[in-house]
Design a protein around this ligand. Sequence first.
Ligand SMILES: [Zn+2]
Ligand SMILES: [Zn+2]
Length: 145
Amino acid sequence: MNITCDQCKETFTASADQISFISDSQKKGMRFIMLECPSCYSSFSLNPLTMEPPVPQKTVDEDHLRCPCDSCYGLISYVNNPKSFWGCGECGTVWFAKADVSDAIAKSIEKHPYRAKVYRKKGNNFFPVPLHNEPENYEETVSNE
Ligand SMILES: [Zn+2]
Ligand SMILES: [Zn+2]
């Protein structure tokens, strides 16, 4: 299976892990997933149903918020496909309004107060903190929830 990286435009052969991730997400009807490119090591998004990048994608300040779902430390991206939504590339959860994302984050912080450390709150909106400001064991802690 050949995949073209949306960042460096390099085409590569999907690894066995990536192929099973893609077929799982196709079965679940997920509209986008994040894959890591073996050439440039950046993450890029792909619509597993069409195998095309879900473009046009607008970068917004809230991009790369940590997913608020239990035991998921995926990153949320804003996708225009063509209907816009917010989605986690790891667990496939989607939100159609920014307020719903904020609600979900607020609830996850109530349940797991340490999660507040990966967000900055402005008014009712959450923004991601830079990755190097996150607690070191964040991903491990979340995966143990
Ligand atoms: Zn690349
Ligand atoms: Zn998630």
